[in-house]
Design a protein around this ligand. Sequence first.
Ligand SMILES: Cc1ncc(COP(=O)(O)O)c(C=O)c1O
Length: 399
Amino acid sequence: MSNHQQNSKKNLGIATTAIHSGRHQTLERENSLPVFLTSSFTYNSAQQASDVFAGEESGNLYSRFTNPTVTAFEERIAAMEGGERGVAMASGMAAISSVFLGLLSAGDHMVLSRSVFGSTLNLANNLLAKLNIAVTQVPLSDLTSWKEAIRPETKLFFAETPANPTLEMVDLKALCQLAKEHNILVAVDNVFCTPCLQKPLELGADLVVHSATKYLDGQGRVLGGVVVGSEELVMEHIFPILRNAGPTLSPFNAWVLYKGMETMPLRMERHCENGQKVAEFLNQQPLFTGKVNYPGLPNHPQHKLATRQMNGFGGLVCVDLGSRERAHAFINSLQLATITANLGDVKTLVTHPASTTHAKLSEDARLAAGITQGLVRFSIGLEAATDICDDFAQALEQA
Ligand SMILES: Cc1ncc(COP(=O)(O)O)c(C=O)c1O
């Protein structure tokens, strides 16, 4: 029995799971996970190779679909999400594509929340249409719309909650209950929360996907993705996409993510603490009063749901400055925050979604997703909160 299996039986806290799950040791007795940079693995005989490939003897096959460093990462995120099995992918979009391709066939139908990451929308609107898979987009928080969108051929609900970048949420327990009543699977993009703040599988979801590029790495170094769920669902529907289509996570990236996750519970605590402080600070500035979007503010329309469903309000704060010109001017005035399309870094990052992450959408699709030209997204980092607020204050003076 591996360390991970022993530890998962003990119901450990998430900070312990982040450090002790997915631990394996070679005969060298190393204390930190090695990176297995190897494309393939060797066997003592042709018979042994045949047995391993037939699944009659355990062992690694080929790094497109099995590699010890990648396996350790998969075990760690699966343990943290409370799932039986994780399958690592090259990026968050590879993970989302694998869910769509693994669960849906021509003639099927999926219900997708309107406010999701731009590439997820593009994938659903373009690739799935080519494959004759129908998609209905609904307002994320409106359960009646999800219900009305159900058809006899609906196979999947896909929700991103909180959504990027609107920070709209859906009541996951209620959504999963509705799906179960109609025999529909639910996949949840848990990027903004990570398992430290929200566990969709415990609320009834069937699969969780991550862009590991964000908080799992936490320091803006590598791309990665992962799908977590039950052994049966993941191995039957997701693993074959990895094995045959090959959206493989590199062992080096898996190692970076595995090590990054050791500090994730601590980092998420600080992201939440800083997010709250910055949101409250911005809300007190006359230019921003009433325009700050953060689930931890009591005036957020879904503050109660966030309190019930999440263990913290996260590190993403959004404001609407009314126009693209004002948004760009404010962004250009910031000195500490870096302008980039990423999120979930130790550094405070600032993004103008309408001209970057969601630029490929038509204006109508963008507005339907809740992204106005004035919207600015801040991914609040781990710097001293007073320094982040001071940067906003000097930018406000300039603007
Ligand atoms: C919520 C969400 N899901 C998925 C993705 C895609 O992840 P990746 O860039 O790792 O492919 C992103 C990227 O920003 C995201 O924010």
